[in-house]
Design a binder for this molecule. Structure first.
Ligand SMILES: [Zn+2]
Ligand SMILES: [Zn+2]
Length: 373
């Protein structure tokens, strides 16, 4: 599990944005890898601090954390984006190890098209890559089995010539001597210390002597990309999948953004979904309802199923068939149930013999002449 971001930054739950920023800057300077070369603990702390700030700097992420805690950010730890949110999601294995899901909690994030959270992490000039958002509509059957959505798009990716370092030789540029790698310097104005981007390195924290010719020192290039997004079995309508680190590459060595896929599950003609359960309205001959018997139904995965009908089964009642609902997206190997909702068919063509039998039945009931259906 990830750590409580408030504790990591050492701020109160109701800390103001500027308090959070201050705490972050202080810690980031303290644990910066360039100031603690080879110190694994410091590196770990540095990551934690960045991750905590990533949540708290964004009002919506912060609100989501306040409301849902870690659950708001459930998901795998994928690429090198420094995804803070550990903890897994059972049953979502596979793919490139990058599929995680942000469910209901993240629904209200309010993206408009491609765009996103951006900004703020790392040094002043290190712009975290933009998050990307796509959406797809799938059938209930696809949701049952799980499917793959292939997205083609172009975005910034880490420059392969310099590994994102922006340098001609591809190695990390030396730390800027003026700001010590933070990218920020302070000047005093009366009582106040004002922070601004370091003029020596333009806020990069590093000084590139000779820029990479391919990316002009930015560490990122524009490229056509194809992503195969694995949609897990049982996915819910309105779910948002997150592929950590699959968004735009960051500028100047900043982490990449994330890729989000919003999923719409189309209503099915036959099955109505209720959580992980499925409801199948089924016409059953009134004789079977009255006398009892068996019917055949077709399940969502196209299997024939024999269902026993007890004598005297009422219209509108629901018969539970265990384990034939949707896969539980949050628990591998677990399924919801199928409910047969009983409807009745009334025969329109009766043979003489059948008619007679029914008339006899109707006649057997005192005071009634013309049948009960
Ligand atoms: Zn500098
Ligand atoms: Zn480059």
């Amino acid at each position: 599990m990830s750590k409580n971001p408030y504790e990591v930054l050492g701020v109160a739950r109701d800390a103001s944005d500027s308090d959070i920023k201050k705490a972050y800057h202080k810690l980031v300077m303290k644990y910066h890898p360039d100031k603690n070369p080879g110190d694994k603990d410091a590196e770990e702390k540095f990551k934690e601090v960045n991750n905590a700030f990533d949540i708290l700097k964004d009002p919506q992420k912060r609100a989501a954390y306040d409301r849902f805690g870690d659950a708001a950010f459930a998901g795998g730890n994928a690429s090198g984006a420094g995804n803070p949110f550990g903890a897994g999601f059972n049953g979502f294995a596979g793919g490139a190890g990058m599929d995680d899901i942000l469910r209901e909690a993240m629904r209200g994030f309010g993206f408009d098209g491609f765009g996103g959270f951006g900004g703020g992490r790392g040094t002043a000039a290190q712009q975290r890559g933009r998050d990307l958002l796509d959406n797809v509509t799938i059938s209930l059957k696809d949701a049952y089995f799980g499917t793959t959505h292939t997205v083609k798009f172009s975005s910034n990716v880490t420059c392969d010539k310099c590994n994102g370092n922006g340098t001609d030789d591809g190695k990390p540029a030396p730390v800027c001597p003026r700001c010590g790698g933070s990218g920020m310097v302070q000047t005093r104005q009366g009582f106040f210390a004002v922070e601004h981007p370091c003029p020596e390195c333009n806020g990069l924290g590093r000084k590139i002597d000779k820029k990479c010719s391919k990316c002009d020192g930015t560490g990122a290039v524009h490229k056509q990309r194809t992503l195969d997004v694995k949609i897990p079995a049982g996915v819910e309508d309105g779910a948002r999948l997150r592929l950590a680190g699959q968004g735009e590459a960051g500028q100047n060595g900043a982490p990449a953004g994330d890729f989000y896929l919003d999923i719409t599950v189309k209503p099915d003609d036959k099955f109505v979904r209720d959580g992980n359960d499925l409801i199948l309205k089924t016409d059953i001959p009134f004789t079977i309802l009255a006398l009892g018997g068996e019917i055949e139904v077709q399940t969502i995965d196209d299997k024939e199923l024999t269902v026993k009908i007890a004598a005297g089964t009422q219209i509108g009642s629901r018969l539970r068939v265990k384990g034939h609902g949707m896969p539980n997206p949050h628990r591998s190997g677990s399924f919801g149930d199928l409910y047969i909702e009983v409807a009745m068919t009334v025969p329109t063509k009766l043979t003489e013999k059948q008619k007679k039998a029914l008339e006899e039945y109707a006649g057997a009931k005192p005071g009634k002449k013309s049948g009960w259906f």
